[in-house]
Write a protein that binds this ligand. Structure first.
Ligand SMILES: *[C@@H]1O[C@H](CO)[C@@H](O)[C@H](O)[C@H]1NC(C)=O
Ligand SMILES: *[C@@H]1O[C@H](CO)[C@@H](O)[C@H](O)[C@H]1NC(C)=O
Ligand SMILES: *[C@@H]1O[C@H](CO)[C@@H](O)[C@H](O)[C@H]1NC(C)=O
Ligand SMILES: *[C@@H]1O[C@H](CO)[C@@H](O)[C@H](O)[C@H]1NC(C)=O
Ligand SMILES: *[C@@H]1O[C@H](CO)[C@@H](O)[C@H](O)[C@H]1NC(C)=O
Ligand SMILES: *[C@@H]1O[C@H](CO)[C@@H](O)[C@H](O)[C@H]1NC(C)=O
Ligand SMILES: CC(=O)N[C@H]1CO[C@H](CO)[C@@H](O)[C@@H]1O
Ligand SMILES: [Zn+2]
Ligand SMILES: [Zn+2]
Length: 620
């Protein structure tokens, strides 16, 4: 059962964007990226200067290829408009400030470097995901990095990380519980850490640091990659030896959320040996802003996603053996030039460093090489995943399942005239579409996965129309049918395979529920993230009113055809949900046992192509 799911996931997440024939030679026009319009003077700067400590950390996580920043004009996108070149300039100026203050400043990343934009995923056939975009990471002075689950879905990506990316950081790219199997010098398979298991180093100020890089218990990695359970990792001899000597600071990076996961397992193992040593944890993976303290001498920070957040974490260290609570501070920065200039005391003309400009130029050249500005059409308005209700005319999911998919899969399809119901998982859609030019890059940000469309012919309409409600509904009706376990197991399986939408959306929902209506009505703050974590002091660097939030179902379906109950129709679905769909179909009726033998390919087009096909017709 799990084997099948893993296989499905692999195909769902495989990122071979072999769509070179999208580049229609027939006079296709290109839209140039027009980001970096200078930040307007009317913009609200951050609310207050950063607090500095003895140890200061700048944190990135789950960047997923968003190195050119967010380029759209619709809110809240301008707030995240800083690109990786701007970020490099910011880091350089902050390093100077740290030297003037005579304190330490470290730069840490917690993984998931690709699957999200054209810069990482829009490579030509034969390429490796993130191979080119990772080179920009290599140009920043990272002190510590950890592997993410997205680096591990496809062996070739993990191998590239192991062979080409990790070595750049000279022992500071960590994968404490993740191994890859490679051929040794004699050609025999050998399992080795993707990066290093731990690192020990001294800061500029001479502080001794011991570091780990831990991945959550991820179940979806490709063959020849092993993820050891966190609870087993802490029992290893190497682990005991690595933490034995007391450093001035344990700096733990990891692709694991700071709450509701296994950080306490790592933390307790260290605390057993070192009850008082400062511990700073930099987590990731659930794409939220979060902070908590496991005790008074430790802090854990998670810094969002998609380069929408830069984390800032500081500690005022005291003497060895102190029992006092350590004074920590944390801040979530919106990455844009206003934020960066404000905190570095620079103006627009004195902000860019040579390296920063070089990186920006390089990113634009890569975007050009991958033809990311290729224009499919012009989106007439914003289509959002959670800001608009589902279903509605401004919902991205409605657009996708009611217009885009039915249009695209009907192209060159001999079954197009047969009535159908199409079902997809909402998690296949990753990012909003904003009004204006809709490019190859936008297609990849909205719908990056390569799911195929399959179908089962001749399913009676009244049977086919039960499938979507059963997929979505864990309610009383299904409990009666004994499907409850199935749905719970699905949640757990999905989390193990790396799906985090539920946690991210719960966070959005919470900030909206708290005081969204009042804050938006006051209309004196721009829209964005409003964080309520459990650490003291101000979290969000720029105060916002929360974005509108609307819940979405796990699965979405096309408009049902107007046919009689017993009419045979095509039940069309994304390959990702095949096994769940078959088991539900067999519970919804008893006339026929459906198996994979009844399933066939419906369309040659994949989920990462349908928006382009639709836009070329409907948005021109
Ligand atoms: C700010 O700097 C950028 C990059 O150097 C430049 O493109 C832009 O025109 C400048 N804006 C203003 C208002 O000077
Ligand atoms: C795993 O790697 C080894 C060594 O490179 C190779 O011989 C083997 O075929 C791989 N196994 C799979 C299932 O890919
Ligand atoms: C990971 O690699 C190390 C070094 O080769 C090896 O000793 C260890 O057994 C491997 N761990 C797993 C879980 O495969
Ligand atoms: C549909 O088929 C025609 C004829 O074979 C072909 O020229 C066209 O490119 C196909 N359309 C798409 C979107 O692939
Ligand atoms: C925004 O307006 C509300 C209600 O008028 C007020 O309570 C709040 O202090 C204002 N916030 C800012 C940042 O001006
Ligand atoms: C559905 O089809 C029936 C019979 O053809 C027709 O009477 C009815 O108006 C249709 N309903 C809709 C909503 O189109
Ligand atoms: C710095 C920056 O660009 N801030 C923008 C954030 O988004 C709001 C719209 O919600 C704009 O008004 C701000 O200019
Ligand atoms: Zn991620
Ligand atoms: Zn992740």
């Amino acid at each position: 059962m799990r084997g099948t799911r893993l296989l499905q996931l692999l195909s769902a997440l495989s990122v071979v964007f072999a769509c070179s024939d999208d580049h229609g030679e027939d006079g296709a026009h290109h839209h140039e990226h027009t980001r970096r319009a200078a930040a307007p003077n009317t913009v609200t700067p951050p609310s207050r200067p950063l607090e500095w400590g003895d140890i200061n950390i700048i944190h990135t996580t789950d960047s997923h290829g968003w190195l050119l920043g967010h380029q759209k004009a619709s809110f809240p996108e301008p707030n995240y408009s800083g690109d990786f070149g701007d970020f490099a300039s910011f880091v350089a100026h902050m390093k100077e400030i740290a030297i003037k203050r005579d304190v330490d400043l470290l730069l840490v990343d917690s993984g998931d470097l690709h699957d999200g934009t054209g810069l990482s995923d829009g490579f030509p056939p034969g390429g490796v995901d993130a191979h080119d975009s990772n080179k920009f990471f290599s140009q920043l002075p990272y002190d510590l990095l950890a592997v993410g689950n997205h680096e591990l879905y496809i062996y070739a990506n993990a191998l590239d990380t192991h062979q080409n990316f990790a070595p750049v950081f000279k022992g500071r790219y960590l994968s404490s519980n993740v191994n890859i199997t490679v051929a040794d010098k004699r050609g025999n398979p050998v399992s080795v850490p993707v990066g290093n298991r731990f690192a020990k180093f001294k800061t500029r100020k001479g502080r001794k640091v011991t570091s780990l890089g831990v991945l959550f218990n991820f179940m979806g990695s490709d063959k020849n990659i092993t993820v050891q359970k966190v609870e087993d990792m802490v029992k290893e001899t190497w682990f005991a030896e690595a933490i034995k000597e007391e450093p001035d600071l344990f700096l733990l990076a990891g692709h694991m959320p700071v709450a509701k996961d296994n950080w306490p397992v790592v933390f307790d193992a260290i605390r057993k040996v070192h009850p008082l040593t400062p511990i700073m944890i930099l987590g990731g993976h659930t794409h939220i802003r979060d902070c908590l303290q496991l005790d008074g001498r430790s802090i854990s920070l998670e810094s969002g996603r998609y380069m929408e957040t830069i984390g800032w974490l500081t500690a005022k260290l005291d003497h060895r053996g102190s029992h006092k609570h350590i004074k920590f501070s944390r801040r979530y920065l919106d990455p844009n030039r206003i934020t960066f200039e404000y905190h570095t005391g620079r103006r627009n003309f004195s902000f860019d460093t040579l390296k920063g400009k070089f990186i920006t130029t390089g990113l634009k050249a890569l975007a050009k090489r991958f033809d990311l500005s290729f224009l499919f059409g012009t989106a007439p308005r914003d289509f959002t995943i959670n800001q608009a209700p589902y279903p509605s005319e401004n919902s991205l999911l409605t657009l996708f399942i009611e217009e885009v998919v039915p249009t695209a899969v009907a192209i060159n399809n001999t079954r197009a005239s047969i009535p159908n119901i199409i079902i997809a998982n909402s998690g296949s859609q990753r990012f909003d579409i904003y009004s204006g030019p809709f490019t190859k890059n936008d297609q990849l940000t909205a719908s990056p996965f390569t799911d195929a469309f399959l179908y089962i012919p001749d399913v009676p309409f009244d049977v086919a129309s039960q499938v979507l409600p059963i997929l979505n509904d864990a309610g009383a009706e299904n409990r009666k049918r004994g499907l409850e376990g199935l749905l719970e197991a699905r949640e757990e399986t999905m989390y193990g395979l790396g799906y985090v939408d539920r946690r991210y959306m719960a966070w959005l929902e919470e900030m909206d529920r708290r005081n969204g209506v009042e804050k938006r009505a006051a209309a004196n703050q721009t829209l964005g993230y409003v964080t309520h974590d459990s650490c003291p002091g101000v979290g969000d660097d720029t105060p916002h009113a929360p974005l509108l939030f609307n819940p979405v179902p796990d699965f979405i379906g096309s408009r049902p055809p107007n046919v009689s109950a017993d009419a045979p129709i095509d039940l069309v679905f994304v390959d990702f949900i095949e096994s769940q769909l078959l088991s539900i179909l067999n519970k919804a009726q008893t006339v026929k046992v459906y198996t994979t033998a009844d399933v066939a390919t419906y369309s040659p087009f994949l989920t990462n192509q349908v928006f382009g096909l639709y836009a070329q017709g409907a948005w021109n």
